[in-house]
Write a protein that binds this ligand. Structure first.
Ligand code: PLP
Length: 384
C-alpha cells in the first residue's frame, strides 16, 4: 500500500465542479488582479476569525515580512521567537534589520515556551531593545493566547502571531472566553501554501490585524507603496493575493471546519492505536477535540535513535513521512552571526520528531496500515 503524506487530489475530486466554475468566473470577469474575489475573501476571513482587517498578499513569507515592518520592527530592534519553525518566521526579523532572540520550546507542545520568553524579557542584556515576540502556533496547536496578551501588557512588546499552520485553531481563556489564533496579536499572518489546512492551488498569504494604521500600511506596501497608482509613498513591494487563488480559497473556507474535524478525528485514531502498541520509544501528541489543535501535522516523538531507522522502514513499506524540522533556526548557517547556543528542547525535537500522513481525506484503512507498519518495525527492533 502507498500512503502519501498529503494528497490534494482527493479533495479536488470532491470540489472539482465548484472550483472550475469559480475559476471560469474569474476568467470571464477579465479582472485577474485584486478583483472581487480577493475583496470578498478578505471579508470572509475577517468573519471566520473575528478580526477587523485581512489583507491578502502573495504568500505567508511576504505576509510576515510586511506585517513585521508594519508593527514597527526595524533596524537594531530585538525580537523573540521560536527556533523550531520554518525559516520565514525568522527571516522576517532579519530582513527588517532586527536581531532574533531564540527562546527554547516546550517539550510537549513544540511551541515556544512562554516561561523562557518572560525570562528573556527580564534578563536579556538588551531587554530594552526587545520590540516584539513572534510565536508560531506550530502544527496547528494554539499557543496560550491569554498569556500572550498578558506578556504584551506587562512588558510593552508587540505580538506578531505566525498562524501559517493554525487558521481556525482556538484557545479557551480562564473565564471561558474562546478566541481563535491570529486575533490577539498586533498583527498575525496566514499562509495558503497548498499543503496548509486552507491551501490554495499555488501560493497565497494574508495579514490580519485589528489596528487601522497597520491595515493601511499593509494595503499600501503590498502594491509598491502606492496608495494612488504611480505615486509612491514608500518603497513597497509587489505582493498581492492572486484573484484565481482567492476564488478557490473562498470555496475551501466554507468546508474548513469540517476538514479540521476530520483531522482531529484522524489524530485521535492515530493516538489511540499507537498508544495501544505500548512502545516506550514513541510519544504521541495530546489529542484535543475542541480545536485547540487543528492538526496541520500529526507529529510523534521517536526516541532512542529510532527516528531515522523507523522512517526508512516506513518508506520501504510505502508510507511517506516528514521531519519538521531537522535543524533549529538557532543553528542555521545563515543566522550564525547571531550566535548559536544550545537549546536543549529544540535540539532534541529535531532528532526525534516524525510527521505521519494526515489530511482530511485519508482513510481509516490507511491510518491502520501506518500504525501496523510502526508496530512491525519495533517488533523487529526488539529482536535485534
Ligand atoms: C510556520 C510558518 N511560517 C511561515 C511560512 C511561510 O509561508 P509561505 O510558504 O506561504 O511563504 C510557513 C510555510 O511553510 C510556515 O510553516
Amino acid at each position: 500500500m502507498h500512503v502519501p503524506l498529503f494528497d490534494m487530489t482527493r479533495q479536488y475530486d470532491t470540489l472539482k465542479s465548484e472550483i472550475l466554475q469559480a475559476i471560469d468566473g474569474v476568467f470571464r470577469s477579465g479582472k485577474l488582479i485584486m478583483g472581487e474575489n480577493v475583496k470578498q475573501f478578505e471579508r470572509e476571513v475577517c468573519d471566520y476569525l473575528n478580526v477587523k482587517h485581512a489583507i491578502g498578499v502573495g504568500n505567508g513569507s511576504d505576509a510576515l515580512y510586511i506585517a513585521a515592518k508594519a508593527i514597527g520592527i526595524g533596524d537594531g530592534d530585538y525580537v523573540i521567537t521560536t527556533p523550531f519553525t520554518f525559516f520565514a518566521t525568522v527571516s522576517c526579523i532579519t530582513r527588517n534589520g532586527a536581531v532574533p532572540v531564540f527562546a527554547d520550546i516546550d517539550r510537549k507542545s513544540f511551541n515556544i515556551d512562554l516561561d523562557r520568553v518572560e525570562e528573556i524579557l527580564t534578563t536579556h542584556p538588551n531587554r530594552e531593545k526587545i520590540k516584539a515576540v513572534i510565536p508560531v502556533h506550530l502544527f496547528g496547536r494554539t499557543v496560550d493566547l491569554e498569556r500572550l496578551e498578558k506578556i504584551k501588557r506587562n512588558y510593552g512588546v508587540k505580538i506578531l502571531e505566525d498562524c501559517a499552520q493554525s487558521i481556525g485553531s482556538k484557545w479557551v481563556y480562564s473565564d471561558g472566553t474562546i478566541r481563535k489564533s491570529g486575533t490577539v496579536g498586533d498583527a498575525s499572518i496566514l499562509s495558503f501554501f497548498p499543503t496548509k489546512n486552507l491551501g490554495a492551488y499555488g501560493d497565497g498569504g494574508m495579514i490580519l490585524t485589528n489596528n487601522d494604521d497597520t491595515n493601511d500600511f499593509c494595503r499600501v506596501f503590498r502594491v509598491h507603496g502606492a496608495k494612488v497608482k504611480y505615486f509612491h509613498e514608500m518603497e513597497g513591494i509587489n505582493s498581492r493575493l492572486d484573484e484565481i487563488q482567492a476564488a478557490v480559497l473562498r470555496i475551501k473556507l466554507k468546508y474548513l471546519d469540517e476538514y479540521h474535524e476530520k483531522r482531529i478525528k484522524i489524530a485521535r485514531n492515530y493516538t489511540e492505536m499507537i498508544n495501544s502498541l505500548s512502545i516506550e520509544f514513541l510519544e504521541t501528541p495530546r489529542v484535543t477535540g475542541d480545536f485547540t489543535c487543528i492538526f496541520h501535522q500529526y507529529v510523534v516523538k521517536v526516541k532512542a535513535g529510532h527516528r531515522d531507522r523507523l522512517r526508512e522502514y516506513l518508506k520501504t513499506r510505502g508510507v511517506e513521512t516528514a521531519v519538521y524540522y531537522p535543524l533549529g533556526m538557532h543553528r542555521q548557517k545563515c543566522f550564525s552571526r547571531f550566535g548559536s547556543k544550545i537549546l536543549e528542547n529544540t535540539d532534541q525535537a529535531c532528532q526525534e520528531v516524525l510527521a505521519l500522513p494526515i489530511f482530511p481525506e485519508i482513510s481509516i484503512t490507511e491510518v491502520e496500515y501506518v500504525v501496523k507498519c510502526i508496530g512491525e518495525y519495533f517488533k523487529e527492533a526488539r529482536k535485534c
